[in-house]
Design a protein around this ligand. Structure first.
Ligand SMILES: *Cc1c(COP(=O)(O)O)cnc(C)c1O
Length: 391
């Protein structure tokens, strides 16, 4: 008989009782160093006092109202996001896929309102990941995620990542915009060339297209700047955010320039939960920590040191690892043996990591990780690799 919970995940036989900082205690009584952070979500680690306080205090006041009323917590969070980014206006939702749905709808709606109803298509990239709703599996384009779910949502054209000529060739009269991850996460930590991002911006300007950036995984400080695109010196038109933005509380956001945002007039789009008082209180607590003086510098410096440590793992265990990749605290090790075996081996050493495409071991610790934490993780990776190499 089927389990009461649906079988759509392949789960490890392990649950956790509680967590503190970078450490999780399993129901097996063991302690684990968490370099997965719930897939790049727990940006402040576990049980962060400021986040716990914000959630408990708000829960005692009011958890949910609705967007029929003013939500001061949402306005406060939007104000800070606007003050610290390219965006003029923010839409809140509940997940990464939902944020990308909003981003796609905004691009289409703005083109329509600008007198280009024929411009509905969005250029996406091979090996992208944008979520699991019907539209976002089409934007993702991975045949494994589309199989058996009927006719894919039309309007997404895929070209090779980091290939500006392929993008130029794909633009037609129906193209509305471009959507990409500045660091492809699920497919194996592939970093967009900064020159590629600048070329995309120039192409969008020339052709009247909107540049959409999916920062669901790479954003909210993970790469050492609030958003990863900032490092290329470009200004996008619309950006999606989720994962780390709530520090573990479900929250998503679409950040946009006024040129797009002004077309989302009353009745055009909505969500029941999106931006409720509890979620936005969590988001506020997280964002205040990330924007505190020195925090992003810390992520950048720690990330660089971690990158060097992972490079040493590659040098020391060349039969297990092929390449170290990534930026900030969004890192990956491409493996020479199946990544599943490496995941099991590091877990046996008390380290949690995440598999990604391209046979990559993904390492996305809480952003509060110190260099000593990274050293501890690298030591455990080394021990696991040693055991694997001598098997
Ligand atoms: C995880 C992810 C999503 C989907 O987010 P959900 O919250 O799972 O819907 C979208 N885009 C990127 C880049 C992601 O990493």
């Amino acid at each position: 008989m089927i389990a009461s919970i649906m079988p759509n995940y392949k789960r490890f036989d392990l649950a956790f009782e509680h967590g503190e900082g970078l450490w999780l205690t399993g129901t097996d009584g063991r302690r684990y160093l968490d370099f997965g952070a719930g897939i790049a979500v727990s940006s402040l680690g576990h049980s962060h006092p400021a986040l716990v306080k914000a959630i408990t205090e708000q829960a005692k006041k009011v958890i949910h109202v609705s967007n029929l009323y003013q939500v001061p917590q949402a306005k406060a969070l939007a104000d800070i996001l606007v003050a610290n980014s390219f965006a003029d206006s923010v839409l809140f939702c509940n997940s990464g896929a939902e944020a990308n749905e909003g981003l796609i709808k905004l691009i289409r709606r703005a083109q329509y309102k600008n007198g280009h109803p024929e411009r509905t298509r969005i250029i996406c990239f091979n090996n992208a990941f944008h979520g699991r709703t019907l539209a976002t599996i089409s934007a993702t384009g991975n045949p494994a995620y589309l199989e058996g779910f009927g006719t894919p949502v039309d309007g997404f054209d895929h070209v090779p990542f980091n290939d500006i000529e392929a993008v130029r060739a794909a633009v037609t009269d129906q193209t509305a915009g471009i959507l990409l991850e500045p660091v492809q996460g699920e497919s194996g930590i592939r970093v967009a060339d900064p020159a590629f991002l600048r070329d995309l911006r120039a192409l969008c300007d020339k052709k009247g297209l909107y540049l959409g950036i999916d920062e669901v995984q790479s954003g909210m400080g993970r790469t050492g700047t609030l958003f990863a695109f900032e490092q290329a010196g470009i200004t996008p038109d619309v950006v999606s955010s989720a994962k780390g933005i709530g520090g573990g509380f479900p929250l998503g956001a679409v950040l946009a320039r006024e040129t797009l945002a002004k077309h989302l007039t009353p009745g055009t789009h909505g969500t029941t939960y999106g931006g409720n008082p509890l979620a936005c209180s969590a988001g506020l607590a997280v964002l205040k920590e990330i924007l505190a003086p020195g925090f992003l510098d810390h992520v950048r410096k720690t990330g660089e040191a971690f990158g060097a440590m992972l490079q040493t793992c590659v040098t020391n265990y060349p039969t297990i690892f092929e390449e170290a990749r990534g930026i900030g605290l969004m890192r990956g090790l491409r493996c020479r043996i199946p990544v599943g075996e490496v995941l099991e081996a590091v877990m046996a050493e008390g380290l949690l990591a995440i598999g990604a495409g391209d046979n990559v071991l993904r390492l996305v610790p809480p952003l509060i990780a110190t260099e000593a934490d990274c050293q501890e993780a690298s030591t455990r990776i080394g021990r696991a690799a040693h055991a694997l190499a001598n098997k």
